[in-house]
Write a protein that binds this ligand. Sequence first.
Ligand code: IPM
Ligand code: MG
Length: 362
Amino acid sequence: MKIAVLPGDGIGTEIVAEALRVLETLDLSFETESALVGGAAYEAHGHPLPESTLKLAKEADAVLFGAVGDWKYDKLERSLRPEQAILGLRKNLGLFANFRPAICYEQLVDASSLKPELISGLDILIIRELTGDIYFGQPRGRRTASDGHFPGAEEAFDTMRYSRPEIERIAHVAFQAARKRSKRVTSVDKANVLETFQLWKDVVTEVGEEYPDVELDHMYVDNAAMQLVKAPKKFDVVVTGNMFGDILSDEAAMLTGSIGMLPSASLNASNQGLYEPSHGSAPDIAGKGVANPLATILSAAMMLRFSLNQTEAADRIESAVKHVLAQGLRTADIWSEGTTKVGTREMGDAVVAAITKKTITG
Ligand code: IPM
Ligand code: MG
């Protein structure tokens, strides 16, 4: 097993270091190789996704990714900005299926801005299509408008598009995931306005007929945004397009108290995957040793489960995380009165200790 390790920028290096320590604690045989990505790669090689980094990622069984980005790169031309690295990896590896679970840990119920009764026991799975939609649709660009409200004015445009096979494959992913859970899928669209999402709705409905045991409903994205804060526990698996999924997954993250807790997996057709925390590079707290490493540690668990076929090791990481939360250890983002505030490294130490102890006592 070969893992490509791409820590990236900001807190990326600190949190990935903790996830690696956790992985090393488990008795697994794997090889890791690290490379620069994002702003760090731009500084060293003049490009956020150098050929060598892409090659390493392609040849690995899985990619463990930290985060990329810093405000100081906002003025660079788009193709050189750190975010292009993650978009390039998604596109080049064909990582079309993005899993973003939003689980509210019992000990963190009070960390959410929502009332405890709304989120206690929350366990939803957002499945976001990741290689299509307006993110990648061509044409896009800037030009002088030849029509519209202001002919002759400068304008910018992007193209929202989905093909039938792109929708079919993500729909299958969602229905199959639902079969392993409570057999309910909500497909989120904007079919009342957009052609792209009328096709989305039609195709998801057709694919749904192959899964008569799974209950399917459809919801417009504006309503879904509202229902997510009104009655989040009514959702189970949510499947949606790239842009709506980007937005709704951040919203869902906040239901759980902190985005610092949420892992993600992005898979291609051969189950090769990229695993990253759902949060960003947080340049404001980078280098201070205060970032929450749990989302990355939980991403490593998803990697063991989905790409490396190590279910038992994944379970051990996940129960170790629950254990440290039960011990009352909290990084700043999830800290509350009566709990113990710890830094990035101490949190990693605690997870390692919880795993080691379990090994000794069986
Ligand atoms: C995410 C991020 C990315 C996205 C950015 C960094 C390009 O927000 O993974 O959700 O928009 O997909
Ligand atoms: Mg996002």
